[in-house]
Design a protein around this ligand. Structure first.
Ligand SMILES: O=P(O)(O)OC[C@H]1O[C@](O)(COP(=O)(O)O)[C@@H](O)[C@@H]1O
Ligand SMILES: [Mg+2]
Ligand SMILES: [Mg+2]
Length: 322
C-alpha cells in the first residue's frame, strides 16, 4: 500500500505544501494517541473556559488546539493561523507562503462518550502584502484552498485529503505510524436515500427546510418515491465521512432558536474544507442559495447554512430555498 508522501509527490504537490501537510498530520497522530488513551490519558471532561463563540471548551479541544498550533508555529512556511478555539489570528512566520485554518476537535460533545470525533483543516495561499496577524489573510473564497482534509478518530484513524485533484482516503497504520492510501479516488454516489439533520430542531426550522424534510419523511408515498433512512452523528466529521463512503445528504440549516446565530457551522474551518472534499469526490455543497466554495470569508468565525452530499439530492434540496 502506498504511503502518503509518495502519493502526494505523484500528484506533483508543491514540496513546501507537502511538508506542511506532514506537519499537521504529525500533530493529529499525537491527538489520535491521546484520544485512544481516553480516561487513562486525562483528556476527558470540560475546562472552565468558553471559546469566543460562547461554547464551553472540552479538555481535548484545548489540547488538540495547542498541539496543532505549536506544530504549525514550527513551520517557517506558515504565515497565519486561524482556529475555532482561538479568538484572533495567530501570527506565524512573516514570510510564510501559506495560511492554515482548523477545527482542532470536531464533534466535541462525542468526546466523553467514546464517539466519533475528528480534526478538520484547510490550507490557503498567504497574501504577501498583508501582515501575518491580519485577519484579512483569510478573506478568500473556498475556491482558493490549496488542500483540505480531516482526520477522523474512529475505530481506526483515517485521513481524507484533497490537494485539488481527487479526494483520497488514508488509514493510519499504527504498526509503523504512517498514513497508508486505502482509497485513491473517493466517489460519492450521485443519488441517496439517507439524510442527516438534527430533527430535534425541526420546530425552529424555516419553511423551506420543513417542506423538504417532510417530503423525505413521506417515503415511497411522497414525491421522491423512496424510503429514506436517517443518521445523525453529532459530529460533522463523522456524518461527512459516511457520505463520502456511501452517499447521503447532510444539512445544518439556519433556524429560529437564536436570532443572533441563525446558522451553526463555521465557514472557514468546517464548511469550506468539507465542501472541497465533497466536490472533488463528485458531491455538492451549498448554503441553499449559493455554492459554499464561492462565498468569500469576511469574518474568521463566520457561520453558514450547510447542505452537502450526494449531488442529485443536494440539487433537489436546493429547489426549496430559491
Ligand atoms: O449538537 P448539534 O446541534 O446536533 O450540532 C452538531 C454539530 O455541531 C458540531 O459538533 C460543531 O463542531 P464542534 O464540536 O467543533 O463545535 C458539528 O460537528 C456537528 O455537526
Ligand atoms: Mg466543529
Ligand atoms: Mg471544534
Amino acid at each position: 500500500m502506498q504511503r502518503l508522501i509518495p502519493t502526494l509527490r505523484k500528484d506533483q504537490v508543491d514540496l513546501e505544501l507537502l511538508m506542511l501537510i506532514r506537519t499537521i498530520l504529525a500533530a493529529t497522530k499525537e491527538i489520535s494517541f491521546r484520544v485512544s488513551q481516553g480516561a487513562l490519558g486525562d483528556v476527558l471532561g470540560s475546562t472552565l473556559d468558553e471559546n469566543i463563540q460562547g461554547e464551553q471548551q472540552k479538555k481535548l479541544d484545548v489540547i488538540a488546539n495547542q498541539l496543532i498550533k505549536n506544530m504549525l508555529l514550527s513551520d517557517a512556511n506558515v504565515r497565519s493561523i486561524a482556529s475555532e478555539e482561538e479568538d484572533d489570528v495567530v501570527a506565524g512566520d512573516p514570510d510564510g507562503r501559506f495560511i492554515v485554518a482548523f477545527d482542532p476537535l470536531d464533534g466535541s460533545s462525542n468526546i466523553d462518550i467514546n464517539g466519533q470525533i475528528g480534526t478538520i483543516f484547510t490550507i490557503y495561499p498567504a497574501k504577501p502584502s498583508l501582515a501575518a496577524d491580519d485577519p484579512a489573510q483569510f478573506h478568500q473564497t473556498g475556491r482558493s484552498q490549496l488542500a483540505a482534509g480531516y482526520v477522523l478518530y474512529g475505530p481506526s484513524t483515517m485521513l481524507m485529503l484533497t490537494t485539488g485533484k481527487e479526494t483520497r482516503c488514508f488509514t493510519l497504520d499504527r504498526t509503523h505510524g504512517g498514513f497508508l492510501l486505502t482509497n485513491d479516488k473517493v466517489a460519492v454516489p450521485e443519488k441517496t436515500a439517507e439524510f442527516s439533520i438534527n430533527m430535534a430542531n425541526s420546530r425552529f426550522w424555516f419553511e423551506p427546510t420543513q417542506t423538504y424534510i417532510n417530503i423525505l419523511l413521506e417515503g415511497e408515498e411522497g414525491e421522491r418515491n423512496k424510503r429514506y433512512n436517517m443518521r445523525w452523528n453529532a459530529a460533522m466529521v463523522g456524518d461527512i465521512h459516511r457520505i463520502l463512503v456511501r452517499g447521503g445528504i447532510f444539512l445544518y440549516p439556519p433556524d429560529k432558536r437564536d436570532p443572533a446565530k441563525p446558522a451553526k457551522l463555521r465557514l472557514l474551518y468546517e464548511a469550506n474544507p468539507m465542501a472541497m472534499l465533497l466536490e472533488n469526490a463528485g458531491g455538492a455543497a451549498s448554503t441553499g442559495t449559493e455554492n459554499i466554495l464561492d462565498l468569500e470569508t469576511s469574518d474568521l468565525h463566520q457561520r453558514v447554512p450547510v447542505i452537502m452530499g450526494s449531488a442529485e439530492e443536494v440539487e433537489f434540496a436546493k429547489s426549496f430555498y430559491k
